[in-house]
Ligand binder design. Structure first.
Ligand code: RBF
Length: 337
């Protein structure tokens, strides 16, 4: 049994070194960060997961490239990386990346791509895994509705919640926003969602202005989908004793007492697993997977003190709903973008 496993591993490693790649030689991975790493949980997890996978495969190498916030440069930067012929695999993350990878793969057919947090079925050079972000949005929408109805200090009972977004894009428009709204209305059928747009992923000052206006109009809880700019929403909430729900990672420590719930993605685990499997010879190109709560890649992190300080009956109601999703008794199947 042991021998078989050892042989299997050795065979997989030598396959990775000599045969499984369109390019010769040991695997060289490039992580293309479409933005900057600092302040973006999905990107921090992307880099950490890829580094962990590469460290476990002898001979494999990794390079991290931050492409910056100017989206008009991403295609050229990605093309240059493929043109260099240096990388057997380019790994990236966000819903805009599959289409850029598709364009680059047309010119550089030897290149292979794994894109997390994106969706593109049927391209033989690209593998994608999308998160069911309707579920992720639902969780914090439901929590926001319950909190607005509670009689906690700083809560207005306005029957409104806020969404401050960096920009509009298909997974935001078709999954995150409707999921948040559905959760909100399931908690409070009278509630309405107010959405405001910043225009980029870095302007925390503009995010704070938009959030302040929403809070001043009576909103109790805001969800930012804004990368590093989301910090501006947190500051505005802190200054007014209002609340924020967070996305992608653990945001409790950004502002203790202000961030009251976090709907998380287990992107580090997903990227680690996928990159490791590819480095060991798997060739999942052409497939577009979708993972959600039941698969363990979307979840709610209730470990923060501010969540635990919410009224016990509110948490019980929320956790009963979370359980329904975990058990599949409530589900929002992905129907396309
Ligand atoms: N998320 C970030 O945290 N930081 C970013 O800089 C960032 N840039 C993005 C740019 C584009 C064009 C798109 C479509 C998404 C971007 N995201 C970014 C969003 C991210 O992929 C994800 O949708 C959200 O973090 C919600 O999970």
């Amino acid at each position: 049994m042991k021998l078989t496993t050892a042989f299997g591993l050795a065979a997989a490693l030598s396959l990775a070194a000599v045969g499984a790649w369109a390019l010769p030689g040991p695997p060289r991975v490039c992580v293309f960060v479409p933005g900057v790493v600092a302040g973006s949980s999905t990107y921090e997890q992307l880099v950490a997961g890829a580094k962990r996978a590469v460290a476990e495969v002898p001979g494999a190498a990794i390079k991290i490239v931050e492409a910056g916030f100017d989206q008009s440069q991403w295609l050229d930067k990605l093309s240059a990386l493929a043109a260099s012929g240096e990388f057997s695999l380019i790994v990236s993350s966000n819903p805009a990346m599959p289409d850029l990878a598709r364009q680059v793969a047309e010119s550089f057919p030897a290149e292979r791509f794994f894109i997390a947090d994106g969706y593109l079925p049927g391209n033989p050079r690209i593998h994608t895994v999308l998160y069911n972000q309707f579920e992720q949005g639902y969780l914090v929408g439901y929590l926001s509705g319950l909190v607005d109805l509670s009689h906690m200090p700083g809560v207005t009972g306005s029957h409104k919640a806020g969404l401050v977004i960096a920009q509009s894009y298909p997974t935001l428009d078709k999954l995150i926003e409707p999921g948040f709204e559905k959760g909100l209305k399931d908690a409070d059928p009278e509630a309405v969602l107010e959405t405001r747009q910043i225009g980029n992923w870095y302007d925390a000052t503009k995010a704070a202005e938009l959030a302040s206006a929403l809070f001043d109009s009576g909103v109790s809880v805001i969800l930012p989908i804004a990368g590093g700019a989301g910090q501006g929403v947190v500051s505005a909430a802190q200054a007014r004793g209002r609340r924020v729900v967070w996305f992608d990672g653990d945001g409790y420590n950004l502002a203790p007492g202000t961030v009251i719930g976090c709907a998380i993605l287990r992107q580090e685990k997903l990227v680690y697993e996928q990159v490791k499997a590819i480095l060991l010879g798997a060739q999942p190109y052409g497939t577009a997977d979708v993972v959600g709560i039941r698969d363990g890649y979307v979840d709610f992190d209730g470990s923060g003190a501010a969540y635990k300080a919410l009224p016990a009956d509110l948490r019980a109601t929320f956790e009963a709903r979370l359980r329904l999703l975990h058990e599949g008794k409530l589900s929002f199947p992905f129907k396309g973008l």
